[in-house]
Design a binder for this molecule. Structure first.
Ligand code: BGC
Ligand code: BGC
Length: 811
């Protein structure tokens, strides 16, 4: 026995004397290699062998996650802790990548010093780069990445973040937030990739970036889909509030991104602080165990949020009721930053009293250990320092700069004041022009983030100076004083200062504050054209000022690489960013979302390009697929086109012989064609357009036959809830359009060749070749006239095939 282990065991009587319960030491020390230590054995065999050697206290330790500031290395050994985290801004001193690695190795060696030598998982919030580490590359917050509409770019960012995280030892990232932000008042809006279920679902590619192809690959980091589920849907946009929605809406809006993450093998899921219709998610057995682990087939482990279980009983602190409710609901690892000793004692008592079964404990521990083995932690427990030099590397900063440029959304450009010319005099002003802290936002170096020079990077002002070159004079004053009419253009970089979580909730005004308005007023008084660059975590209420601004760019929270903002301002990179959220006309419209019928200032998907001189057309859109075909309408969906400057929209045409008639236009790769005749065959195709009016080649054609238009009967309308390269989830709404009650219904539809249904709910499905018949389940067969019900199914398709099922008919 090493002297370190001896010292720890000698300390046990002292702890007992102090009234603390201490885990029993494991039985005999291992002699020779045990099966669980043999990497050639399958993971389930290793897990089973290891668990057969574990005491209850060793299992409870695995389920416990303590915060680094509240736990010592010897606590990790003594209490057999399974995990340690860094909360927001919780870092070793000095805060360098190398000292993170040293800290990590210290904790890990303490875990390895236990009789069974089970490594810990160290978790941190690397939510836009490894943001707790000074000198790390800070990428745009998710709202900006949503604006790029580029899932492949986001996957590359995941890879870069995983390398930086690995270089500090950390093996578990509490990211991505797959929240669907439905109300811009919510302080975490910037953690969302966007307001539609499709956009965050498409960005689940970041899970693959973080975890790599396999969990024990180079620089693989365990990802976390958070916060399950409905965190972005709370009434009033209140952080940790109540999401009041029907189950169908919760499933349609907030569940799809989690399905996409599970599909990509996400290793962990974090539970939301919020409630669903008044019930706390941290105690929600139906949503955690039945839906997530059962229906979605999530096989990783579920972690609670920071002290999240404490809120279950509504009283402060951790109670026995909190503990048993959370664990019985299906939480496997509990984030108890400071009160972890108390948690272990409470959980042990609940198990001993039979209120938490040992089977539940074993299930939790099996899930946690499985990920530890899959990550290769037993073989490679210490920091891989070959990645330490990637923290803040030039290659990662170049990737961040690319992402920043692609995330810029040009919302107004009167008189083509943009792109800026490299000549004459440019005046720059605003609180966020020369401020790395402001442009990075919350979750940067500290939890809330802060203004100022908090970590190395390029400010937007420095980016402008670099881009302007020596032939241009760039003058800066923060409040805009000192400008005169000799300037060709003024750029105001204004918006929000850093915040995180509930501290960013804005129940009142969503406008610019007096300091920013004053800065812009100073610039305007000179008569020089004003370009406003908004650095903010969400759309702001600016409709009443917009007419006085010549141009407006939404820069979101770009992070450390402000050069990417300048790249777009000067046209070095053409703007291609599209709004990931609807932009309100006034704060009183909140919540405002795509499809809700409210009139926005700028719609979801909006974003201008610099059109001049563009003569190259977009690529042909994919062949459209038809869904939700009724007697008078059909929805067409196609693979998007690409364009050097950006696709601005699509024209759907009807083809009769060689005659083309435009029947719909759309800003997105989907449109519903209405006003069709019943029982009629139509042929449709699609063109893409760019801002200069260039038209793409025509897509392939699709034929659609509308329903018979009978007065009795029913319709089936399909909506794609999420899709990824190898599959999709579709919800079908069945409506009784007749005048008498239906006592049973059936929907038929057709799968493209090579596709298969892999799961369904609220329905019984039979397949014959490519034809699928869906019959009502026992509970939803009766439909009164006008009533609707829905069912869902999941389909698989060959990688890269973008087609979808079609021809939904109800009878
Ligand atoms: C921590 C954060 C945590 C927050 C929750 C802060 O003190 O640093 O990581 O998310 O508390 O309230
Ligand atoms: C946040 C989580 C975060 C955790 C750990 C919580 O307050 O809600 O998103 O992962 O703290 O820092």
């Amino acid at each position: 026995m090493s002297s370190r282990q001896w010292a720890i065991r000698a300390a046990v009587p002292l702890l007992v004397a102090a009234g603390l319960v201490v885990p029993r030491a494991s039985a005999a020390p291992l002699s020779g290699a045990a099966p669980y230590q043999d990497p050639s054995l399958p993971v389930p065999t290793r897990v089973a062998d290891l668990m057969s050697r574990m005491t209850l206290d060793e299992k409870l330790g695995q389920m416990t996650q303590a915060e680094r500031g509240s736990v010592s290395n010897s606590d990790v050994t003594t209490y057999r802790l399974g995990s340690v985290l860094s909360g927001g801004g919780s870092a070793p001193s000095p805060n360098t990548a190398a000292s993170w690695a040293d800290m990590y190795d210290g904790f890990q060696n303490a875990a390895l010093a236990t009789p069974l030598g089970i490594p810990i998982l160290y978790g941190a919030d690397a939510v836009h780069g490894h943001n707790n580490v000074v000198g790390a590359t800070i990428f745009p917050h998710n709202i900006g990445l949503g604006a790029t509409r580029d899932p492949a770019l986001v996957e590359r960012i995941g890879r870069a973040v995983a390398e930086e995280v690995s270089g500090t030892g950390v093996d578990w990232d509490f990211a991505p937030c797959l929240c669907v932000a439905r109300n811009d008042r919510w302080g975490r809006t910037y953690e969302s990739f966007g307001e539609t279920p499709e956009l965050p679902s498409s960005m689940a590619t970041i899970v693959t970036g973080l975890q790599g192809a396999t969990l024990n690959g180079p620089a693989s980091v365990l990802a976390t889909a958070k916060h399950y589920v409905g965190d972005g849907g709370t009434t009033g946009g209140v952080d940790q509030g109540d999401t009041q929605l029907s189950e169908a809406d919760l499933r349609a809006i907030h569940l799809p991104p989690f399905r996409a993450a599970v599909e990509r093998g996400v290793g962990s899921v974090m539970i939301s602080f919020s409630s669903w219709n008044g019930a706390r998610l941290h105690g929600h057995q139906y949503l955690i165990t039945t839906v997530l682990k059962g229906e979605l087939g999530f096989s990783g482990f579920v972690v609670s949020d920071w002290n999240g279980i404490d809120q279950i009983d509504g009283a402060p602190g951790t109670s026995a009721l909190d503990v048993r409710t959370a664990v019985n609901a299906g939480i496997d690892m509990v984030m108890v930053p400071t009160a972890w000793r108390q948690f272990i004692d409470l959980l042990r008592a609940e198990v001993q009293a039979g209120r938490v079964t040992t089977a539940r404990v074993d299930d939790a521990v099996r899930r946690i250990l499985t990920k530890k083995f899959e990550l290769g932690l037993f073989e490679k427990p210490l920091t891989d320092r070959s990645y330490t030099s990637t923290v803040g590397s030039a290659a990662h900063r170049a990737l961040a700069r690319e992402a920043v440029a692609k995330s810029q959304v040009v919302l107004k450009n009167a008189g083509n004041v943009l792109p800026l010319a490299r000549s004459g005099k440019i005046f720059v002003a605003g609180r966020s022009a020369d401020n790395i802290g402001n442009q990075s936002g919350g979750w940067t170096i500290s939890w809330q983030g802060s203004s100022g020079n908090i970590t190395p990077g390029t400010t937007i002002l420095q980016g402008i100076r670099n881009s302007a070159g020596s032939g241009t004079t760039v003058t800066y004053s923060q409040d805009g004083t000192g400008i005169d009419s000799s300037y060709r253009v003024a750029v105001a970089v204004v918006g929000e200062t850093p915040y995180a979580e509930g501290q960013g909730d804005r129940p009142g005004s969503l406008g610019l504050d007096a300091a920013d308005l004053n800065t812009i007023a100073n610039l305007r008084a000179s008569g020089v054209p004003v370009v406003v660059v908004l650095v903010s975590g969400r759309p702001l209420d600016i409709a009443s000022q917009l007419s006085g601004w010549n141009a407006l760019v939404a820069a979101w929270l770009p992070g450390t690489e402000g050069q990417g903002v300048a790249d777009v301002l000067f046209g070095t990179v053409q703007p291609t960013g599209k709004l990931p959220v609807t932009w309100m006309s006034s704060a009183s419209q909140q919540p405002i979302n795509s499809g809700d019928g409210k009139t926005p200032l700028f719609p979801y998907g909006f974003g201008l390009t610099y059109a001049q001189g563009d003569s190259s057309p977009p690529t042909a859109p994919g062949t459209p697929a038809a869904s939700a075909v009724t007697s008078s309408s059909a929805t067409l969906t196609w693979a998007a086109s690409s364009d050097d400057v950006g696709v601005t929209g699509y024209d759907v045409i009807r083809l009769q012989g060689s005659t083309e008639t435009t029947v719909a236009t759309s800003a997105t790769a989907s449109a519903t064609v209405t006003g069709l005749a019943a029982g009629t065959s139509y042929t449709f195709a699609v063109y893409a357009r760019d801002a200069a009016g260039n038209r793409s080649p025509r897509s392939g054609t699709v034929s659609v036959t509308t329903g018979g238009g009978q007065t009795g009967g029913c319709t089936a309308t399909a909506t794609v809830q999420s899709q990824w390269s190898t599959g999709y989830v579709i919800q079908v709404t069945v409506t009784n359009t007749g005048t008498t009650s239906l006592t049973g219904w059936g929907v038929t539809f057709t799968l493209p060749p090579g596709h298969a249904v892999t799961g369904s709910w609220n329905v019984t499905m039979t397949t014959s070749g490519q034809a699928v018949t869906a019959r009502n389940a026992a509970h939803n067969g009766s439909l009164a006239p006008g009533a609707s019900t829905s069912f869902g199914f999941q389909g698989g398709r060959p990688n890269g095939d973008t087609r979808l099922p079609s021809g939904y008919t109800c009878g």
